[in-house]
Design a protein around this ligand. Structure first.
Ligand code: DGL
Length: 269
């Protein structure tokens, strides 16, 4: 592992798969000269149906790889990994800055007029102690309807962002929020903004949707000290590089980006 801090020129960004591109998009806009490395842990997606131990083990293995490649800042572009692994990562690398991704309960409370807030997240985030603590700390006694949404990430990972099957699943997961009459809903998974129109249609035009990725990128920009050298973007996956390359071109329209294979063999402990 490189230890010379002058060689720590990259910002390492990771997610279970393609969701973190919503954060990466903001990072590229805010820090156009940065050297960015994005790792999609596609072979282990979705994290949302994995155990906390698996999520931690994968987050540790991936962060180690990003540090090996020269990361001086790690952006966890994944609510699920933040919920279950950020404490372990900070404990393992106490000198390295980490930026996590967590639903913006505070802004949602400030924005809501009727005090009823919905939160859509992966099952693993929805059941996490960290989310419970976040709500207890910031909701100020307001009602937060937390809905775990199994299945959504699988569709998005497969490149489906608008099928009838996905729309029905989105409607199903929004039912409890509609019944509760929420006027503000948090997209608590970085994959979810990729299908924002479907959430909006299912919840109704009057419900305000809140996303977090711009705030995450801003926090990263605050912590990042620009380093000399050319800007760059490296994309890696533990899954199939050709499939990810095709997904990026089709869904993000980013054109021909080189995608490399990595980290596939490090099984969760
Ligand atoms: N995009 C991730 C999140 O923000 C993880 C989704 C998953 O793999 O289940 O939670």
């Amino acid at each position: 592992m490189q230890t010379d801090s002058s060689s720590r020129r990259e910002i390492g960004v990771f997610d279970s798969g393609v969701g973190g591109f919503t954060v990466l998009r903001e990072l590229r806009a805010l820090l156009p000269t940065a050297r960015l490395r994005y790792l999609a842990d596609a072979a282990y997606a979705p994290y949302g149906s994995r155990s906390p131990e698996d999520i931690r083990a994968r987050s540790l293995a991936i962060t180690e790889h990003l540090i090996d490649r020269g990361a001086g800042l790690i952006v966890i572009a994944c609510n699920t990994a933040t919920a279950h692994a950020i404490d372990a990562l900070r404990e393992r690398w106490p000198a390295l800055p980490f930026v996590g991704t967590e639903p913006g309960i505070k802004p949602a409370v400030a924005m809501s007029r009727n005090g009823r807030i919905g939160l859509l997240a992966t099952p693993a985030t929805a059941s996490s102690a960290r989310l419970r603590a976040l709500i207890a700390r910031h909701a100020g006694g307001r009602e937060v309807v937390v809905q775990g949404c199994p299945g959504i990430v699988d569709h998005i990972e497969a490149g489906d962002v608008d099928s009838t099957e996905l729309r029905l699943l989105v409607e199903h997961h929004c039912a409890a929020l509609r019944t509760a009459g929420v006027d503000t809903a948090l997209l608590g998974c970085t994959h979810y903004p990729l299908i924002e129109p479907l959430w909006q249609a299912a919840l109704g035009a009057d419900v305000k949707l809140l996303r977090i990725e711009t705030a995450v990128a801003r926090r990263a920009a605050e912590l990042w000290t620009p380093t000399p050298g050319q800007p760059s973007l490296e994309i890696e996956t533990s899954g199939d590089p050709a499939a990810l390359q095709a997904w990026i071109a089709r869904v993000l329209g980013w054109g021909e980006l080189d995608v490399r294979a990595c980290c596939a063999r490090k099984e969760p402990a």
